[in-house]
Design a protein around this ligand. Structure first.
Ligand code: IVH
Length: 699
């Protein structure tokens, strides 16, 4: 390409890159809603820096490569930092670490034999702030902003730590403190708190945050400090400046620290939380070892970190090294190689799991991630898919969470062409064709077909488990074998598997393993038939639980069994009749009815009965303080509602009655109990208070 054309193309590209970087900065720093992933952003900045290096005439003083990103927002008062809050140079390789070390010793005029002492710290991924303390009192706090001008968020910072996430921002410092100290550190959200907070936001119908950094920034940069005070923010201190205190001064004078290590120790004494993962390293080789340890170890830390900050420990050396326009010369940030890659989604489809839940799965062009080729990830559920706004055909960033499980980080919306399509869940199961439902309040779509092969293995083992039909010996492997060979399509088929088929199934693994201790296939087959025969003699509650009806766990199955008495009445119960059952809410009633109305399911139940399954009516709990007792509840209970108390008693085999008579065994008297209590006393019926009642429930 002729030089002019080359230059023109570079100029166009540089302008384009600057515009995109500025837009991304605005979204990230001002709106707290990123539009680019970090790797993408870094790539753009690097490309721009390369163009500017090749064409110095294109470099502008306001280029994003020349200044600290993050203009302060107009929403807040400005604070001019006494000392600018600088950014850190990013490096990624051993060579760059060696170069950093070599430059430090060159600038300090140190010989080969002198090892520079460093402190290595996890790079915290939150929001850098400065806290000013005068005579030990917190007087002003600000964000970094553009490095020179920050935003005044004093009121918000005062609330950091109120939720007890960590010590937060102390109002007053402890011990002997310099007249003024400027403490710098990171406001961040620990992973655990981030997840809890997002769950809460989702429950309240809000928009969750994309990552802990944005959540921390969004929480701190609130106009109303009351909002901030409810967010579980933490603060970790990593720097302190004392105006006028020269490093290397008398050790006793507060603020005259000789090393970073001493400074951090002092911050701890002042009452700040410092990072226990920081480590002193004697020389760059130890820094590399720390970095290698952290490459794995960081995933176990309570917060996200994607790198290591390396700082010269000696503060006098630091002063002599000074800073360039944007970065100090005494520190650098080593970033772990990006764990994310961009790829394109080929298709999204619904995978049917064992419980009938349909999970959206994305197939994408294979990419190498953390040492393995990956081409598939799940999106968990529809809400997650919509929240991430992932479309079929999208370019997406993928990573392996904890370096293991592939996941889609975010779509690269900039690369959309208009051809991308949202994925819609199928109305019928892609495997068996039964209706697919997503009930209100549920996060997932479910296949309602009891005979769906995709669900069958899981359903069979659920059906056979001890607490359900108790078919001894029918586990995962055997169930899979039965389904694989087409011997079993639903629960009822289990009772029709011929002896010879079991015999064959049991002889297969034996041949391969040559396990001398294994029983003879004939014996195993007979044992299985016997177990199946025994399981026919069961109870209604066990059968209802075994059927795997959505929302019907063991407890609900027991309630339903007691309420309806026999299977036919249950199968024909309308939604309204189901609603009349204690503990059954509208959702559960709807789900149960959807299940009992499905012709496939009705057929399976009929065939179970035809095979000889005999569910006995429910036996009432025969032991415990409430078994067979008539109980009257009166007055208010602090721990539970009247309905709940009634349910608890009934669950324990008791009967709850509305009025006190000679037949009453027990009266539970809560707050403000009235005439019923008097009557009980006059009849000599046993009366207990709430505390005693709760204790009896525990028995
Ligand atoms: S020291 C100039 N220590 O990194 C010295 N910074 O890119 C910079 N950061 O704005 C401050 N962890 O938000 C320091 N242990 C750590 C850090 C850390 C994260 C952030 C901080 C700063 C940015 C610089």
């Amino acid at each position: 390409m002729p030089a002019d054309a080359d230059r023109d193309a570079a100029a166009v590209r540089a302008a384009e890159l600057r515009a995109r970087i500025l837009a991304a900065d605005h979204a990230y720093y001002v709106l707290d809603r990123p539009v680019l992933a970090d790797v993408e952003y870094d790539r753009l900045v690097r490309e721009l820096a390369e163009i500017e290096a090749a064409h110095p005439e294109l470099a502008t003083s306001d280029s994003p490569t020349q200044r600290v990103s993050g203009a302060p927002s107009e929403r807040f008062e400005r604070v001019v930092h006494r000392e600018p809050m600088l950014s850190l140079g990013n490096i990624q390789t051993d060579e760059e670490l060696d170069e950093f070390d070599a430059r430090v010793r060159r600038l300090l005029g140190l010989g080969e034999e002198v090892r520079v002492g460093y402190v290595a710290e996890p790079k915290l991924d939150g929001l850098a702030v400065e806290l000013v303390y005068e005579r030990g009192r917190f007087v002003q706090g600000s964000t970094r902003g553009d490095g020179v001008n920050g935003e005044d968020v004093t009121a918000n910072l005062r609330t950091v730590g109120r939720t007890g996430a960590n010590r937060g921002v102390p109002e007053r410092l402890l011990g002997e403190v310099p007249p003024r100290v400027e403490v710098r550190g990171e406001v961040l959200l620990f992973k655990e708190h981030f997840e809890a907070m997002n769950r809460q936001i989702l429950r309240a119908g809000g928009e969750p945050f994309a990552n802990p950094r944005n959540a921390a920034a969004g929480s701190l940069r609130q106009l109303d400090w009351r909002v901030t005070s409810r967010r579980p923010l933490s603060f970790i201190a990593y720097e302190a400046l004392v105006p006028g205190a020269e490093p290397g001064g008398a050790r006793a004078a507060p603020g005259a620290w000789r090393t970073h290590t001493e400074k951090i120790e002092a911050l701890g004494r002042f009452g700040f939380e410092t990072n226990p993962a920081n480590a002193r390293c004697a020389g760059i080789a130890e820094v590399k070892a720390y970095r290698d340890r952290m490459a794995q170890g960081r995933f176990a830390l309570p917060y996200d970190t994607d790198g290591v900050v390396v700082k010269v420990d000696d503060l006098d050396w630091r002063r002599r090294l000074g800073a360039a326009s944007k970065f100090p010369r005494w520190a650098v940030a080593f970033k772990y190689p990006p764990q994310e890659e961009a790829t394109r989604i080929r298709r999204i489809w619904a995978s049917v799991g064992r419980t009938g839940i349909l999970t959206p799965v994305v197939d994408f062009e294979p990419v190498r991630l953390s040492g393995a080729m990956v081409s598939r990830a799940t999106l968990h559920n529809e809400d997650e898919m919509r929240r991430k706004d992932v479309l079929e055909g999208d370019w997406v960033l993928v990573r392996r969470a904890g370096e293991v499980i592939p996941e889609v980080v975010m779509p690269l919306k900039e690369r959309r062409t208009g051809e991308e399509r949202p994925f819609e869940f199928p109305a019928v199961c892609p495997v068996c064709g039964a209706k697919v439902v997503r009930e209100e309040g549920e996060k997932v779509y479910r296949c309602t077909g009891a005979a769906c092969p995709a669900q069958l293995v899981g359903r069979l083992t659920h059906f056979s488990q001890r607490r359900a039909m108790d078919v001894e010996g029918l586990g995962d492997k055997l169930a899979a074998g039965l389904v694989e060979r087409g011997l079993v399509r639903d629960f009822a088929d289990l009772y029709a598997v011929p002896f010879r088929a079991f015999q064959e199934l049991f002889s297969r693994p034996r041949k391969e393993e040559r396990d001398a201790k294994a029983e003879l296939p004939e014996k195993s087959a007979q044992n299985m038939l016997d177990a199946l025969e025994r399981s026919k003699d069961t109870t209604l509650r066990r059968l209802l639980f075994a059927l795997g009806i959505p929302q019907v766990g063991e407890a609900t199955a027991a309630t339903l069994a007691r309420h309806f008495g026999d299977l036919a009445r249950f199968m024909d119960a309308t939604e309204d009749e189901l609603l009349a059952v204690r503990d059954v809410g509208p959702e559960t009633a709807r789900e149960i009815r959807a299940w009992t109305a499905e012709p496939q399911n009705r057929r399976v139940v009929e065939r179970l009965l035809a095979a000889g399954v005999r569910p006995a009516p429910e036996a009432i709990e025969a032991r415990g303080p409430f078994a067979g007792k008539t109980v009257v509840l009166t007055g208010g209970l602090a721990a539970m509602s009247r309905d709940d108390a009634k349910a608890e008693v009934e669950r324990r085999g008791g009967k709850v009655s509305g009025s006190v008579s000679r037949k009453t065994d027990l009266v539970v008297a809560g707050e403000d109990a009235g005439s019923k209590l008097e009557k009980a006393q006059s009849l000599g019926v046993k009366v207990v208070g709430e505390e005693e009642f709760l204790r009896m429930l525990e028995e």
